[in-house]
Design a binder for this molecule. Structure first.
Ligand code: NDP
Length: 392
């Protein structure tokens, strides 16, 4: 029986609240707070049980502290934007609240993400006896747990890791992103970076592609090399990794639109003067693109996200693939969201559940792969994200 505060009433936040409501024995009291309270109320109106809602500006520690002192949560799930990670962590420390998020901190004025800022909170969380669980979405999140599971049950040494994220769904829109457009475009247009031979290698964004044959009828798709935040923590925590890469599929249509938008300067985060007003082109673009939360009823097809791993077991080379397939339409039927929000929101709920039930415990800042993968893997099967493993 626990009180949980969920911050962020977007596509992911809506799924987290729906999934927490399905487990009243763990999440007995729920509050959803966000910048726009009407969005929280609209989500609350669709839920099977009552929750509290509130307005909060999560950029402001004082507002967060006031809210937390009033509601007194044991844990806060941050599914606002990466810009708010540090202010929410500060408020959690001030109020004695455990912390869970799905994306690492990113400064608003620089398209750069790394764990350093949040890892720097290690001593403060440890001293306060609180846990901060970082990156409890799908990727990062489940992909970290998949890797820890593989290491625990299938390998003595892991040498190569390829995280492969496929969205084989179609929303029928000329151009839309499946999660927050600003964060998505900052990530996709960043240079690709992968770990090889003990160092990071950088290549231009979207310049390396291969074909991968996805299972269960999804079939061959072009995958593009990218940088993704879990590579930073996984290479730190699995020091035997010789190569670690992250790949994602994109439709030709998405790439064509993105190229034009980049060429005309619409993806820039440098403010420009427009009629005497400072505007950031990427933020303006976000305002005109479809809201990812609105794509739910329009999206069909499936996602397939998994880890392809090579290494050694009992002296022999081994190749292993573990993945989840998620159907956009089934997600919409269950919680009114498409699969990208669903595959992020379910692990956020499970991460919170691990902490609140004591399945995962400890004081300090943790990445997902540092904790026992078994209870988390079990809950994935029970709460809508079943996984399959194959020895290749
Ligand atoms: P949305 O843009 O749909 O939702 C973000 C929500 O946060 C909105 O309701 C927004 O409010 C609210 N918000 C923004 N700024 C503030 C603020 N200062 N104070 C309070 N609330 C604020 O994003 P998504 O739901 O698509 O994504 C949520 C998070 O999930 C992001 O951090 C994203 O990076 C992460 N993510 C992680 C994935 C993973 O697998 N690990 C995959 C996909 C996403 P308003 O409505 O007023 O704008």
């Amino acid at each position: 029986m626990s009180r949980v505060l969920i911050i962020g009433a977007g596509g992911v936040g809506s799924v987290v609240v729906h999934k927490c409501c399905q487990v009243p024995e763990v999440f007995s009291d729920i509050m959803l707070a966000s910048r726009t309270k009407s969005k929280c109320d609209a989500i609350a109106a669709k839920l099977p049980r009552p929750i509290k809602t509130a307005r909060v500006d999560a950029d402001r520690v004082d507002e967060l502290v006031t809210l937390m002192r009033e509601f007194k949560p044991e844990l806060c799930i941050n599914v606002a934007l990466p810009y708010q990670d540090l202010t929410i962590m500060d408020a959690c420390l001030a109020c004695g609240v455990h912390y869970v998020d799905t994306a690492n901190y990113e400064p608003r004025d620089e398209a750069k993400f790394e764990y350093k800022w949040q890892w720097d909170y290690q001593d403060r969380f440890k001293k306060a006896g609180l846990m901060a669980l970082l990156g409890s979405g799908f990727d990062p999140g489940v992909t970290n747990v998949f890797t820890a599971w593989a290491k625990k049950h299938h390998f003595d040494e892991i040498h190569e890791l390829d995280i492969i994220d496929c969205n084989a769904g179609d929303h029928g829109q000329p151009f839309a992103t499946n999660f927050n457009p600003e964060i998505n475009i900052r990530e996709v247009t960043a240079p690709a970076r992968h770990w090889e031979g003990g160092k990071w290698l950088e290549t231009p964004a979207l310049s390396t592609a291969e074909e991968f044959d996805f299972p269960e009828g999804i079939g061959p798709r072009k995958i593009y090399l990218m940088y993704h935040e879990e590579l930073e923590s996984l290479t730190r925590h699995f020091s035997g990794l010789r190569k670690a890469r992250f790949w994602m599929t994109f439709s030709d249509n998405y790439l064509r639109h993105l190229e034009v938008l980049q060429n005309v300067g619409m993806t820039s985060i440098e403010p420009i003067d427009y009629n005497g007003q400072q505007i950031v082109p990427l933020q303006f673009l976000k305002a005109v693109l479809p809201d990812p939360a609105s794509l739910g009823p329009l999206t069909h097809g499936r996602t397939c996200i998994g880890c392809l791993i090579k290494g050694i077991k009992e002296g022999r080379e081994k190749k292993y693939y573990v993945y989840n397939i998620c159907d956009h339409h089934q997600c919409f039927e269950e919680v009114g969201a498409q699969a990208v929000s669903y595959t992020t929101g379910v692990p956020a709920m499970i991460g919170a559940m691990m902490l609140l039930t004591g399945a995962w415990s400890g004081a300090g800042v943790f990445n997902m792969e540092q904790l026992d993968p078994d209870p988390f893997m079990e809950k994935l099967n029970l709460h809508g994200l079943p996984w399959t493993e194959v020895i290749l």
